[in-house]
Design a protein. Structure first.
Length: 189
């Protein structure tokens, strides 16, 4: 039986699966080698620097999130369905959510909430909300930012505590919070 050739993509995928199943702290060369059924030598040939491998896993996680959210978007209820998809993601994939959202971010240079919004959010969402709700783009940005902050907080609580709330209950809370922030946006427009 010929030996399997280990590729960098296989190493990254195995590391991603380890992070997904057991958390990033288990992404170790010996664990990757075990998952791939090989010695550590091929892993070291691709991973002379574990920081680069971690960045590859984070990129793979970002791609996973984009695919996940796209698969859960309801075009009739775009904004709400994205928020709910993040709730589902945090419940179904807590290790990946933690890896991506609760990590120290050297690439985030924002020094204000506005700068954070510009760096982390897609401008199209504010434009969509502005048109759909007949509010100014600035009010839509504020609404979006408020919901991103709130949703990320709820998702973080969901994965870091064991309070046992259902997705349905958390989703209702998101809708109620959205209504409050929407009223504020309508008053400011």
């Amino acid at each position: 039986m010929p030996k399997q050739r280990i590729t960098k993509e296989m190493v990254v995928e195995a590391a991603f699966e380890l992070a997904r199943e057991e958390g990033m702290e288990q992404v170790l060369v010996k664990n990757i080698a075990e998952k791939l059924g090989c010695s550590v030598q091929p892993i070291y040939s691709y991973c002379s620097n574990m920081e680069e491998l971690k960045k590859d896993v984070q990129r793979r996680t970002a791609a996973f999130f984009q695919e996940y959210v796209a698969a859960h978007v309801d075009k009739e209820d775009y904004f709400h369905s994205i928020g709910k998809s993040y709730l589902l993601l945090s419940k179904e994939e807590p290790n990946l959510f933690e890896l991506y959202f609760l990590r120290k971010r050297s690439d985030c240079t924002a020094t204000s909430l506005q700068a954070l919004y510009e760096q982390e959010c897609t401008a199209e969402v504010a434009e969509f909300l502005s048109k759909k709700l007949s509010i100014s783009v600035e009010a839509a940005r504020k609404l979006h930012l408020n919901m991103v902050i709130y949703n990320t907080g709820i998702c973080s609580m969901l994965i870091t505590s064991n309070f046992g709330l259902s997705i349905e209950e958390l989703d209702r809370q998101l809708v109620e919070t959205y209504e409050v922030f929407l009223q504020q946006a309508l008053q400011e427009s």
